[in-house]
Design a protein around this ligand. Structure first.
Ligand code: AMP
Length: 112
């Protein structure tokens, strides 16, 4: 059980950007860009490293939703970045898979 399960269950508040039966998007509490939204599956998946072929439809759904959410937040024309930090070297801090949607400024590359 992570803090993101509590957001799904409405046990703690979040600024919701999108929700359907399979996923939930909300604004990051510590934004790293003018727009910083997290998109999570409602199903508990610990990280990208735990994905299996059973998750193919869900992850495909979430990628399409990430594109739609970015567009709805006005990011599509100038661009944005999606990031999935994974385990220790990826810098993951919350162990419920999440897609970061970052935009609203030029983003540096390569990442630190
Ligand atoms: P990661 O480091 O990739 O695991 O990202 C976890 C993200 O969750 C960070 O960007 C945090 O700022 C964000 N975060 C942690 N707790 C909350 C919360 N209660 N509401 C919204 N975002 C959160």
């Amino acid at each position: 059980m992570t803090i993101f399960s509590k957001i799904i269950n409405r046990e703690i508040p979040a600024k919701i950007a999108y929700e359907d039966d399979r996923c939930l998007a909300f604004h990051d509490v510590n934004p790293q860009a003018p727009v910083h939204v997290l998109l999570i599956p409602k199903k508990f998946i610990r990280s990208m490293a735990e994905l299996t072929s059973n998750d193919q439809d869900l992850m495909g759904h979430m990628m399409v939703k990430a594109s739609e959410i970015a567009k709805s937040l006005g990011l599509a024309e100038n661009g944005y970045r999606i990031v999935v930090n994974t385990n220790r070297d990826g810098g993951q801090s919350v162990f419920h898979l999440h897609i970061h949607i970052l935009g609203g400024r030029g983003l540096g590359w390569p990442p630190g």
